[in-house]
Design a protein around this ligand. Structure first.
Ligand code: C2E
Ligand code: MG
Ligand code: MG
Ligand code: MG
Length: 282
């Protein structure tokens, strides 16, 4: 432990800092290598229509298939990717893998649904996301409306010129834009309207609170009616029970996503969903 003397404290602080730096550089190097060695895989989580239970879209979620640690979740590597800028090449890989996958599913002869890709503030501010998506679509011969883009609220409220231009380009190309984790940031619906967002994905904390009481239900109802008033679609995230599903249907929520419908699954499991179409349990 550090001594109480000023000098000791300074050294302690200094060593700690370089330890952090070494650990960050190590994780950065590992992630960089993982991208080079193609250890990144994409899982898919379905989204369904609130009225019919029909499959409407698939969210692409990155996983790192680590040779010794097994499958790692985004929380274990996306923050490092964000910090180090590796999120840019990582995001590019995800987009290209998604387009390759769409080509494979198309070859199976099943009707496709759009795939929704997560894009962070840093990615959107790099100014290259729309070009990366356009190039991947072109390379694979995929229609732009088969790619949707999810942007967290913090990325949309930045008011950055680059971000606004990127969003406008994607919108013009024909890719639908969604605000991810809606309700956790500070965007106003009027801002989202101006940015031409197609819909909002209401953060799963709101879904989790639905059954807490009439006020929580009223809060969700208010979100739905405000969004609908400006012609935006509402997707509920984190639907984990039949009770939540029923309440959301009652509120007129357009689409649902969550473990109750399906967890994120590997691409090989999606084919059955594309064939089956109707995904409500039971
Ligand atoms: P997100 O975009 O909000 O994705 C939804 C997260 O909630 C996913 O976690 C999903 O597995 C989880 N989830 C889905 N249904 C339920 C449910 O019913 N209950 C609960 N408790 N959780 C549910 P995951 O896959 O761990 O991803 C975490 C976050 O990492 C994502 O949040 C997204 O922000 C980020 N992420 C994942 N893949 C990418 C990527 O390719 N690029 C970027 N920039 N970010 C990504
Ligand atoms: Mg998302
Ligand atoms: Mg989300
Ligand atoms: Mg999230």
């Amino acid at each position: 432990a550090a001594k109480t003397s000023g000098k000791g404290n300074y050294r302690f602080f200094h060593e700690n800092l370089s330890e952090q730096l070494v650990s960050k550089l190590t994780r950065q190097a590992q992630l960089k290598q993982a991208l080079e060695q193609d250890e990144l895989v994409v899982y898919y989580q379905p989204r369904v229509c609130g009225r019919t239970g029909e499959l409407t879209s698939l969210e692409a979620l990155a996983r790192w298939r680590h040779p010794s640690c097994g499958v790692m979740q985004p929380d274990d590597f996306i923050p490092v990717a964000e910090e180090t800028g590796l999120i840019i090449p990582l995001g590019e890989q995800v987009i290209n893998k998604v387009c390759d996958q769409l080509v494979q599913w198309r070859a199976e002869g099943v009707p496709l649904v759009p795939v929704s890709v997560n894009v962070s503030a840093r990615q959107i501010n790099s100014g290259s996301v729309s070009a990366v998506i356009a190039a991947a679509l072109e390379r694979c011969g995929i229609a732009p409306d088969l790619i949707e883009v999810e942007i967290t609220e913090s990325a949309t409220v930045g008011e950055s010129v680059v971000a606004s231009a990127e969003l406008a380009t994607l919108q013009t190309m024909g890719s639908r834009l969604y605000v991810d984790d809606f309700g956790t940031g500070y965007s106003s619906l009027s801002q989202l309207r101006r940015l031409d967002m197609h819909g909002i994905k209401v953060d799963r904390s709101f879904t989790a609170q639905l059954t807490d009481g009439p006020q929580d239900l009223a809060l969700f109802r208010a979100i739905v009616s405000m969004a609908h008033a400006i012609d935006m679609q509402v997707v509920a995230e984190g639907v984990e029970s039949a009770e939540q599903l029923a309440l959301l249907q009652g509120l007129g929520c357009d689409e649902m996503q969550g473990y109750y419908i399906s967890p994120p699954v590997p691409a090989s499991d999606v084919l059955l969903m594309l064939q089956k179409r109707h995904l409500y349990p039971g």
